[in-house]
Design a protein around this ligand. Structure first.
Ligand code: MG
Length: 174
């Protein structure tokens, strides 16, 4: 083995090791990037599953709604079921306040949320039966209130409403 031969082998070997290192680096980076993408994908999927939105809620609420045509045997039977239900859920919510104020019990936040959810269930089903889009209803409400209170609530404006302008706004949202 000559000196030149050995020098060449050392240079070749260094180049080989350098190549291996950078290849490893590239592979490691690619694996990490792909693993990160997978992670982000799974996190997003989970987020979507966990995020409740109105559309999803309405579908879920429809699943447990018992359609009934009796005893009134008219199209409004189910709608009336929802309206009566809204009123009874509000009464249940009032009961939480009654217990707090008159029986001096701690306010039951869990029960308060439960009744609010029940109320929402009836609202979602009512909207579905009537073919209303809840987001349109929210927008109608806010637009009406902007006419009633251009800045913020005031007693004077509450007592002097422009009902005609409010009605026009509601109709234009229809
Ligand atoms: Mg209830």
């Amino acid at each position: 083995m000559t000196k030149e031969f050995l020098k060449q082998r050392i240079a070749d070997q260094k180049a080989y090791i350098y190549g291996l290192n950078s290849m490893y680096h590239t592979v490691r980076t690619e694996v990490r990037t792909s693993a990160n993408h997978q992670l982000i994908y799974f996190e997003n999927q989970l987020k979507q599953l966990n995020t409740m939105n109105y559309k999803k809620y309405q579908e879920e609420a429809a699943r447990t709604f018992a359609n009934r045509k009796e005893p009134l045997d008219t199209d409004i039977t189910d709608e009336l079921h929802c309206v009566i239900g809204m009123s009874t859920e509000v009464a249940e919510l009032m009961d939480a306040f009654k217990k707090r104020i008159y029986y001096l019990k701690p306010f039951d936040e869990t029960n308060s949320k439960e009744e609010l959810g029940d109320l929402m269930w009836y609202i979602a089903n009512y909207c579905r039966l009537k073919g209303y889009d809840l987001e349109d209803i929210m927008e109608m409400n806010i637009n009406k209130l902007r006419i009633r209170y251009p800045e913020k609530f005031s007693l004077e404006q509450a007592e002097n409403r422009d009902l005609e302008a409010e009605r026009k706004s509601l109709e234009s949202n229809n």
